[in-house]
Design a binder for this molecule. Structure first.
Ligand code: PDD
Length: 281
């Protein structure tokens, strides 16, 4: 495996960053994840737009132009000889002696790219069975729209899910409404067929998969309501699913151990999964 680290390609097992990289010390870095279909990045523009927005919200400079970055991403994919997988990009404020306040603006941003292969046969088998989710109180900061590597609450929520045999954790805010998953957006399909997902604001990530799926739903003429839901509403729903670069569109069959609808994988979620994959390929 090959990684791209600060303008060099290195063997993945020998790739290192500096001990005073601000990403390491302060989580002062942002990231993006692309799904890779047949060697091609899915939804490239959406992820680039969010990357630029996350960086600009944190006042970190783009490390290189979008065109140059695209070339480096493609070259890293090529060197790894991966056709189906995930591409990870991290951009940080760079290396400087530890200090909470920002270093000199000339500090070069750090940049890391890794590529991971995915076994599509295994992920399709998982999707066909559906996954369980748990719920957990929302405990993240007020700018979840910025895709930072400050993921400790997400990591802890995901671990709690894993320990309970679930694939994802849904954060629930103080109003009792689901915000999003630890690494995905959350959706339900109501008894009347309305597709529901929370509207985006500073409390959740503007999922690129979420946006693509909204376009697909529009094309399909389906009714969408960007309104949050409670875990109880998810259980009473006909179907539930999650979206994300890793999950794609993944049916949810149980919430906190209670079945969603009749507890089987939803046909609409599976249909939306194949429509999404078809479009991304
Ligand atoms: N996670 N919400 C959160 C908190 C996420 O971390 C993600 C993505 C999403 C879905 O966004 P998108 O559709 O743009 O991937 C929503 C990535 C995949 C990760 O952390 O690995």
């Amino acid at each position: 495996r090959i990684a791209y680290v600060n303008r060099r390609f290195s063997r993945h097992d020998q790739a290192v960053v500096h001990i005073e990289d601000r990403g390491y010390q302060l989580a002062d870095a942002i990231y993006e994840v692309w799904s890779l279909f047949d060697g091609k990045l899915a939804d490239p523009e959406g992820h680039f737009a969010r990357l630029e927005r996350s960086l600009s919200e944190l006042k970190i400079a783009m490390p290189m132009s979008r065109a140059a970055l695209t070339m480096v991403l493609k070259e890293t994919v090529r060197q790894n000889r991966v056709r189906e997988g995930l591409v990870y990009l991290q951009v940080g404020r760079g290396v400087a002696p530890r200090d909470h306040a920002f270093p000199h603006p000339d500090t070069p941003p750090s940049i890391v790219i890794t590529v991971k292969a995915i076994d599509r046969v295994a992920t399709e088998a998982k999707a066909a069975k559906g996954v369980s989710v748990i719920t957990t109180p929302e405990n993240r900061w007020g700018r979840c729209d910025i895709k930072t590597v400050g993921l400790l609450p997400n990591a802890m929520a995901k671990q709690a899910a894993k320990e309970r045999g679930a694939a994802e954790a849904w954060f629930v805010d103080e109003m009792g409404l689901v915000t999003e998953g630890a690494s995905s957006n959350a959706w339900i399909i109501d008894a009347d067929g309305t597709v529901r997902t929370r509207a985006t604001n500073a409390n959740i990530l503007r999922g690129v998969t979420r946006y693509s799926l909204l376009e697909i739903l529009k094309e399909q003429g389906m009714t969408v309501d960007e309104r949050p839901f409670t875990p109880d509403e998810a259980r009473a729903a006909r179907e539930a699913f999650i979206t994300g670069a890793g999950a794609l569109v993944l049916p949810v069959v149980a919430v906190d151990g209670h079945p969603v609808g009749d507890g089987t994988v939803g046909p609409v979620a599976m249909k939306l999964r194949s429509l999404y994959i078809e479009r991304a390929r």
